[in-house]
Design a protein around this ligand. Structure first.
Ligand SMILES: [Zn+2]
Length: 73
């Protein structure tokens, strides 16, 4: 008897041989595919670079800046 716990849905199962559960250690093909999908997502994950430079925003705020020359003499 083999006892296991699905790493995806945490469902516990017991089987006589591994042949009884082809997707072992997952409880089902569905969970096996979910795990596979997560793995692929991670493998293909690309860091999102900032294409828009933050300097452009600084220029915009510089234009809006109002000169405060109201100093009392
Ligand atoms: Zn499962």
């Amino acid at each position: 008897m083999i006892r296991g716990r699905c790493p995806i849905c945490s469902k516990t199962f017991s089987i006589a041989t591994l042949d009884d559960l082809p997707p072992f250690p997952f409880c089902s093909d569905r969970c096996r595919l979910i795990d596979l999908g997560r793995w692929i997502d991670g493998a293909y994950a690309v860091p999102v670079g900032s294409s828009a430079s933050p300097e452009a925003e600084d220029e915009a705020s510089a234009v809006e800046r109002v000169a405060d020359d109201d100093e009392p003499d």
